[in-house]
Design a binder for this molecule. Structure first.
Ligand code: FAD
Ligand code: PHB
Length: 393
């Protein structure tokens, strides 16, 4: 078997890359380890940057997003019992974020893929990459008990943080890593959102976040120790803690409802440099991880694959490899700025185990400064809605 681009992983990065390549008439085969339902049901990201929405719109996968997604022109920063309004659109010349679950993005991209008739194989096992330093790299895998070989011109490693592609880059790469001394306990609840905007809360008991998925579903998180056992948290205790951290002096609090899903996620920042070896290119979480406080992971996966698809299309159009050679440097410019912002949001809004009362007061003063300064709020807003990126393709 042969294809132009072998894509490993059918998360947002792999599916979007396949879609962009298809629009340029480039063949790909997408290989995914899990089954179709598992990939859709995973509860993960909820916030799309303006750039991601523009890219989906520009490339024709936006119909449901514009019908069912919720445009948010603002958010709240909450501390010392008060919510402070951050008018994102007003501060950024009209840009916004959109609440539209990663599950929905993945469903839309799967439907687009199926409509093209191009291959997307689920439940493949023992995937490995070979000859990445040659002009005909190959992917080996098992499907339905049979050993297969897929020869490619290029391999895209879109297989997430625990995939096989990053380890296959060899010794010529550097990893930059930061592990945070906390994680997030997250729930989906059957409860109408009680605020029209997200609420990021710095509380003396620790960070908490109010978000949503639809007019009937609320999504909430709070900071816990990184290895917290979810079984230590019966539903009543979760609501008790959420209400303590999120409720504000004006009487606002989240609506309480049946908990549909709960889990704990550890937090880290991680970057691979360069995001490539030979003809193996990484994109999305396989190359980098950001803590979720900036709501950036999926959006960064989208910007990586836009750069990669442009570079591959340029190669097939002109025979030149300049954009492919620059791919890692180009992608990493946004990756590092996004790392910086995600780290900044994380350290501004969380309590650290080794901090002292001075640090607590300093963090409150930081938030008081940010919410009182149009310059500081503008900086936050332009990063939160996503730094400018040309979506033409
Ligand atoms: P993944 O989604 O991890 O997809 C990789 C795929 O590769 C998976 O389907 C996996 O099964 C498959 N795979 C792995 N190994 C193999 C193999 N060997 N062979 C074949 N297939 C393989 N981001 C945001 O932008 N906004 C948010 O609001 C946000 N909130 C988040 C909240 C939480 C709690 C978490 C955990 C994450 C959040 N993120 C957010 C981050 C976002 O979910 C990820 O950045 C995003 O899923 C990255 O997409 P990806 O396609 O690179 O990787
Ligand atoms: C979410 O809705 O899941 C969400 C929102 C904002 C974040 C992270 C996650 O920063």
């Amino acid at each position: 078997m042969h294809t132009q681009v072998g894509i490993i992983g059918a998360g947002p990065a792999g599916l979007l890359l396949g879609h962009l390549l298809h629009l340029k008439g480039i063949d790909s085969v997408i290989l995914e380890r899990r089954n179709h339902e598992y990939v859709i049901d995973r509860v993960r990201a909820g916030v799309l940057e303006q750039f991601t929405v523009d890219l989906m719109t520009q490339t024709g996968v936006e119909a449901r997003l514009h019908r069912e997604g919720m445009r948010h022109d603002s958010l709240y920063l909450s501390f010392a019992g008060r919510r402070h309004h951050v008018p994102l659109a007003e501060l950024t010349g009209g840009k916004a974020i959109y609440v539209y679950g990663q599950n929905e993005v993945v469903k839309d991209l799967m439907d687009a893929r199926i409509a093209t008739g191009r291959p997307l194989h689920y439940e493949v096992q023992n995937v490995s990459v070979h000859n990445i330093d040659s002009s005909k790299p190959a992917i080996h895998y098992e499907a339905d008990g049979k050993q297969e070989e897929l020869k490619c011109d290029f391999i895209a490693g879109c297989d997430g943080f625990h995939g096989i592609c990053r380890p296959a880059l060899g010794d010529a790469v550097t990893f930059y890593d930061k592990i945070y001394p906390f994680g997030w306990l997250g729930i989906l609840a059957e409860a109408a959102p009680s605020s029209e905007a997200l609420v990021y809360t710095y509380h003396e008991r620790g960070f908490a976040l109010f978000s949503m998925r639809s007019p009937r579903i609320t999504r909430l998180y709070f900071q816990v120790p990184p290895d917290e056992d979810i079984d230590k948290w019966p539903d009543d205790a979760i609501w008790d803690e959420m209400l303590k951290r999120l409720s504000t002096q004006d009487g606002w609090k989240p609506n309480v409802g049946r908990i549909l899903n709960k889990n704990v996620t550890a937090m880290r920042s991680f970057v691979t440099e360069p995001m490539r070896a030979g003809r193996l290119y990484l994109a999305g979480d396989s190359a980098h991880i950001v803590p979720p406080t900036g709501a950036k992971g999926l959006n960064l996966a989208a910007s990586d694959v836009l750069h990669l698809a442009r570079a591959i299309a340029s190669f097939y159009g002109t025979g030149k490899t300049d954009l492919l050679d620059q791919y890692s440097d180009t992608a990493l410019q946004r990756v590092w700025k996004t790392q910086r912002f995600s780290w900044w949001m994380t350290q501004t809004l969380h309590r650290f185990p080794d901090e002292n009362p001075f640090d607590y007061k300093r963090q409150l003063a930081d938030l008081d400064y940010i919410t009182g300064s149009r310059a500081a709020l503008t900086s936050l807003a332009e990063n939160y809605v996503g730094l400018p990126l040309d979506v033409s393709f």
